[in-house]
Design a protein. Structure first.
Ligand code: CTP
Ligand code: MG
Length: 229
């Protein structure tokens, strides 16, 4: 149930409004098959049943709102408070969903539907440090490959990777920090939410990610994640 008026309410934003151009399917990526269900079903059900989350807002492509409401009903996803039409970029989709999060919310988690295998362990890891005064918390993985800076096909530099990470979702924020990051009317094109909070001087804590939070971009990614179901 949506726990309206509860000061400790944690809301989740699930962004699923991308077209999935690199996957190359006829349908938007969130609605391709993953195992026996559509891809969106996996993360939606996992967020809905998480003990850390009180309510969920889903951003989907235009004309997929009704299909999403039907999916939520089928999953008995009772925490889904709103389904919104996403924007032209991920950030615009987050902004549209954030507009549905009530003022009472203290914590907002943002998650990519393209990372279906979100679980309570990583949700707990990103939520807990918010109590220690951070503005946001992101899950990250170390880089496995050597990293080089390249210009016009020539290596300019081999970068020290020891302090580099790749960042995933779910990302957790204090509601006030996330709202401030999206407050301007300017269109934003950031590829994650934390970068907008960072740009305003916000403190972002990094915690351990999960290889199973692989973002489905290509058909090979889809097959790999399906094999983990
Ligand atoms: N997303 C969104 N709105 C957009 C673009 C992306 O809600 N306008 C969401 C996607 O649905 C996805 C997440 O942001 O869950 C990460 O985006 P990405 O993996 O790039 O998905 P797509 O943009 O759909 O894929 P592509 O870039 O290949 O078109
Ligand atoms: Mg994209």
């Amino acid at each position: 149930m949506v726990n309206e008026g509860n000061e400790s309410t944690t809301w989740a934003i699930l962004v699923a409004a991308g077209s999935g151009e690199r996957l190359g399917s006829e349908r938007p990526k969130a609605f391709v098959a993953l195992g026996e269900r559509v891809l969106l079903a996996e993360s939606l059900e996992r967020l809905d049943t998480s003990e850390w989350i009180d309510a969920v807002v889903v951003a989907v492509p235009a004309d997929w709102e009704d299909a999403t409401i039907a999916l939520a009903e089928e999953l008995v996803a009772s925490k889904v408070a709103a389904v919104v039409t996403g924007g032209a970029t991920r950030a615009e989709s987050v902004r549209a969903a954030l507009a549905q999060v009530p003022d009472e919310a203290l914590v907002v988690i943002v998650h990519d539907a393209a990372r279906p295998l979100v679980d309570d362990a990583v949700i707990e890891r990103v939520i807990l440090p918010l109590g220690e005064g951070y503005d946001g918390v992101v899950p990250a993985l170390p880089l496995a490959d050597t990293v080089k800076r390249v210009e016009r096909g020539l290596v300019v530099e081999t970068v020290d990777r020891s302090d580099l990470v790749t960042v995933q979702t779910p990302q957790a924020f204090t509601a006030s920090a996330l709202r401030a990051a999206y407050a301007s009317e300017e269109p934003v094109a950031a590829t994650d939410c934390a970068s907008l909070v960072e740009a305003r001087g916000g403190r972002i804590r990094v915690v351990e990610g999960d290889v199973r939070l692989l973002k489905i971009t290509t058909g090979a990614d889809l097959a790999l994640v399906a094999s983990w179901l």
